[in-house]
Design a protein around this ligand. Structure first.
Ligand code: ADP
Ligand code: MG
Length: 693
């Protein structure tokens, strides 16, 4: 049995003692294998001397030339300028810090070899502070065959040192201690080079390697490693899903009369898409194993009704259902909806949020524990230890991020006391592009509500500079005078919640001054739950005409009479978030408007983003654009990115691989099961901790 490189401590290498090992640990480098996966961030081409005439702006290159003169320039910053030439052109070396000795070195006629990045100076190409050496007339450059790797570093670690260490790691690499787990057939199908070749190449690309491709991260060798890592993640999700599916859950064999009664009481009938998704859910509930289903649908597609239908079926079978929302406002909204829908049918809906205290809390807890309440709506507070369910069989989560591991465990325990697992229905607040969803949610089955209820009028979005703020205020006034309602959303990101609330407060005061006679309400995250609920209720009842809010109203708030939304500083928000916000209007029959009141001037990317909002109302298209512009981390929310820390892959850069990765993972899982566990330990050493969740 040969020890794998993953069990060889870095201290086994020459030149690594405890102190160095500690530094390496800061880069998560503990084993020899870690060093092999510690890839250069870029490369320098020092393999040959480049004629000055062939230099391109931005290149890093070795240049040799003869000094034709040097002088001290005064300008904005004093600098030493040394001009060199070869037979193809001239180039300036510029030093902002220099010694007298240095100045003396650059005598006309001396030969210099230097290395650095080519910049555009006032008099042609320049290099600032090049590495350089004065050389003899016949001293030739030792051409080398390989590019020079530049590694990520940490304090106290030099490029020379890390290169030596990676070098030693490469010398140890054999087919036995770093196994190839991707079978020939899969490698061939997806054009992946062997693992060892890819690693050797990436630490030492030959000098003819395409630097541009490498820089973009699109070289086959880079793909090979990212591919394997992404596959490991995919396999872990597939494993989690299969594992979870082995558990026992209660069986619901038919929709039952409760859901029919619910539908009969509604003023509308479900869309085809809502019916289809409900049937998919019913099929899951009938398997005897926990459902793990994600429902995606654009803003306003009617996810809540689908959730309610699922809830009705589970309650009908004699069990409890919990609905969890990400914010108190949304929880409140669901509480109102579910109460209105279910209380006429003789059911009790309970309510649980963190801020609920005293007697009221006791009462709610008691009715949850006794089973008196069949439907329980709340926030994350539902996961608290003090919340004991009687017979929880379905957990519905309405959110933009997913359960954390601990929450899943808590949930599992809450169900397990009766010997079964709750079914899980997860509803995303924002659509996720298909490729990303396949990777991020591979442990879930996915349903899409791809149809909006009839009679919606599309929202007209306009993009307006804040220099025209006054006109926008006029417009709000006119709209409210016609009996419609409006939102004014204040945004501030990366600032404290306190500042954000302050901004909304200030805006509300200013608007009230300018809009005398209009009834203006203010809602933000720092209000007490009761205050928030009161304001929302008054807005819903039409007593408040203009609601000034922070982005707390982003998710789920539903007031059909509001047909105008002004969003301040929309350039600060992600597109998905803007779309979500905008979805608060356009819920009724009247034509709706969204005014994106940006702070001018707007950069190129900002313009592009806001015009996407103007051009389309399709949440999936917007999500694609957001993915392109901001990357998957932003889209999926950071809360669950624990699952998204990669050693070599980069979801944004590698997103074109995702479909293949998905297919390859499924193949490997089916035909080469022995490879699964080693791949997981290679890339996700902590994966066991997720497996039982
Ligand atoms: P979202 O998918 O954004 O959560 P909601 O569930 O809040 O959407 O539904 C948005 C609005 O559409 C609500 O007012 C809801 O009552 C209404 N609605 C849902 N389904 C239908 C339907 N089939 N026909 C008409 N209106 C519907
Ligand atoms: Mg919703």
């Amino acid at each position: 049995m040969i020890d794998g490189l993953d069990t060889q401590d870095v201290r086994e290498l020459k030149g690594v003692g405890d102190a160095m090992a500690e530094k390496l640990a800061k880069l998560h480098l503990h084993t020899v294998q870690d060093l092999l996966f510690h890839l250069p961030i870029r490369y320098q081409d020092r393999t040959r001397v480049v004629p000055i005439g062939q230099l391109r702006f931005g290149d890093e290159a070795v240049i040799e030339g003869q000094v034709t003169g040097s002088e001290i320039k005064m300008g904005k910053r004093r600098s030493l300028l040394c001009r060199i030439k070869d037979h193809t052109g001239t180039l300036n070396l510029r030093f902002f810090h220099f010694s007298a000795a240095q100045k003396k070195q650059f005598q006309s006629g001396k030969r210099i070899r230097c290395f650095g990045e080519i910049r555009r100076g006032s008099t042609g190409f320049e290099i600032y502070h090049p590495e350089y050496k004065v050389i003899g007339d016949d001293e030739a450059h030792e051409d080398s065959a390989q590019l020079t790797p530049i590694y990520p570093l940490t304090e106290g670690l030099t490029q020379t040192k890390i290169r030596q260490l990676c070098e030693q790691a490469l010398e140890r690499l054999t087919p036995y201690n770093l196994k190839e787990w991707l079978p020939e057939s899969i490698r061939a199908e997806f054009s992946l080079p062997p693992l060892a070749d890819a690693i050797h190449f990436l630490h030492h690309p030959e000098r003819d390697a395409n630097l541009d491709t490498l820089k973009a991260g699109h070289h086959p060798a880079q793909y090979r490693l990212s591919f394997e890592e992404l596959m490991a993640h995919q396999l872990s999700l597939i494993g989690k899903r299969l594992h979870a599916k082995k558990d026992v859950a209660i069986t619901v064999s038919e929709a039952g009369c409760l859901s029919n009664a619910l539908l009969n009481n509604l003023p509308f009938s479900p869309t085809g898409a809502q019916q289809r998704v409900f049937q998919e859910i019913l099929a899951d509930l009938n398997t005897g194993h926990p459902m793990l289903r994600l429902v995606q649908g654009d803003v306003g597609s009617g996810k809540t009704l689908v959730a309610a239908l699922a809830a009705a079926s589970v309650v009908q079978a004699g069990y409890q259902v919990a609905i969890m929302a990400p914010t108190e406002i949304l929880a409140e909204q669901h509480y109102i909806n579910f109460s209105q829908w279910f209380e006429p049918l003789g059911l009790k809906v309970a309510w649980m949020i963190g801020k609920l205290k005293g007697k009221q809390r006791e009462t709610e807890l008691a009715s949850i524990a006794s089973g008196e309440a069949q439907i329980i709506v709340g926030t994350h507070a539902l996961f608290q230890d003090t919340v004991e369910f009687d017979r929880l069989a379905l957990a519905i989560v309405d959110e933009q991020h997913r359960f954390g591991v601990h929450q899943r465990m808590a949930l599992r325990e809450k169900g397990m006391k009766h010997g079964f697992q709750p079914h899980q229905l997860i509803m995303t607040a924002t659509p996720i592009p298909r490729t990303l969803a396949m990777s991020a949610y591979a442990d879930l089955d996915c349903s899409i509500i791809d149809e909006l209820p009839p009679g919606r009028t599309p929202i007209n979005t306009v993009v307006v500079s804040d220099q025209r703020r006054q006109e926008v205020i006029e417009r709000v006034k006119n709209s409210c005078e016609q009996g419609k309602q409006a939102y004014w959303v204040c945004t501030l990101i990366e600032e404290s919640e306190a500042l954000q609330c302050q901004a909304a407060e200030d805006t509300a005061i200013l608007l009230q001054e300018q809009l005398e006679g209009l009834s203006i309400g203010l809602v933000h995250g720092r209000l007490k739950a009761q205050e928030k609920a009161d304001i929302m209720a008054r807005f819903k009842a039409g007593e408040i005409q203009l609601l000034v809010a922070t982005t707390v109203i982003e998710v789920g708030v539903d007031v059909p009479n509001s047909s105008l939304m002004v969003i301040e500083n929309p350039e600060r928000l992600g597109l998905a978030q803007l779309h979500q916000l905008r979805g608060r209007v356009g819920r009724g029959e009247t034509a709706s408007y969204c005014v994106l009141l940006y702070k001018s001037p707007l950069g190129q990317q900002g313009k592009e983003r806001l015009s996407t909002m103007r051009e389309t109302n399709d949440g999936f298209k917007i999500a694609e654009k957001d993915l392109e512009l901001r990357g998957p981390g932003e889209l999926l929310g950071t809360r669950q990115t624990g699952l998204w820390e990669f050693k070599v892959a980069d979801l944004q850069r590698d997103k074109n691989l995702l479909e293949d990765v998905q297919r390859a993972a499924t193949l490997l899982h089916a035909h080469y099961p022995d490879a699964v566990s080693p791949l997981l330990s290679r890339w996700l050493p902590n994966h066991d901790q997720y497996l039982n969740v």
